[in-house]
Ligand binder design. Structure first.
Ligand code: DX5
Ligand code: ZN
Length: 215
């Protein structure tokens, strides 16, 4: 069994409060909030005021995924906007150690995300400082993409490192997650599954969250 973080990116933005209340009443453990800047990734999603508005209604922790360049500029603002966790991209942070310490100083759980081409081993020196490691199972920027199978191997490698050194971070998988791959991801060591289009595109999102949760 894993924790589930439905991605609000796939919600109906004209009915955000309704969709957040659905998540509040569901078995979701977090609300995954995807921030895209049109630079680090080709797409633009939404920013700080919308994150604040989500926080106003959410009764689940906000797992904020920053797909932005130079995220240091906005850590404090997203912390004030209600983030429980702030995940930055390895590929966007030349001073990752300093960025991670900054997030922790703000009283927020620090996470680092890696793109499909980035090896898990690139994080070896920062793993002890992290609460979350987010393994991208699609190229970031859009919901509704196809799951990349190589992700299983990366999750298993992370899990082995976690056990070998006794680290505490949670392993999160993001992109193309559905009922076909959830069980294998959990077997390989995933602790948190992010799911956007699979949840919000289903006939009964509440039941779909429960199905993922019970895998
Ligand atoms: C992709 C985002 C994901 C996305 C997942 O760039 O980081 O969180 O919302 O959406 P699905 O589950 O549709 O792949
Ligand atoms: Zn995400």
């Amino acid at each position: 069994m894993a924790e589930i973080a439905p991605s609000i990116l796939a919600a109906d933005f004209a009915n955000l409060q309704r969709d957040i209340e659905m998540l509040n009443a569901s078995e979701a453990d977090y609300i995954h909030v995807d921030i895209m800047d049109g630079m680090f990734v080709p797409n633009i999603s939404f920013g700080i005021p919308v994150c604040e508005a989500i926080h106003k209604h959410a009764r689940k922790p906000l797992d904020v995924h920053l797909m932005i360049e130079q995220p240091d500029r906005y850590l404090e603002a997203f912390s004030k906007a209600g983030a429980w966790g702030l995940t930055v991209h390895y590929e966007a942070c030349p001073h990752l150690h300093s960025t991670v310490q900054h997030i922790r100083q703000l009283g927020v759980q620090p996470g680092v995300a890696i793109n499909p081409h980035t090896p898990v081993e690139a994080l070896s020196e920062i793993l002890p400082d992290l609460s979350l490691v987010l393994v991208m199972s699609v190229n970031p920027g859009f919901g509704g993409q196809k799951f990349i199978e190589n992700t299983y191997k990366k999750v298993a490698t992370l899990k082995a490192l976690k056990e070998k050194f006794g680290y505490n971070f949670k392993i999160e998988v993001d992109g193309g997650v559905n009922l076909d791959n959830a069980a294998s991801l959990i077997q390989n060591g995933a602790d948190i599954l992010v799911a956007g289009s699979f949840v919000f595109g289903s006939a009964n999102p509440t039941a779909t969250i429960a199905d993922l949760k019970n895998k």
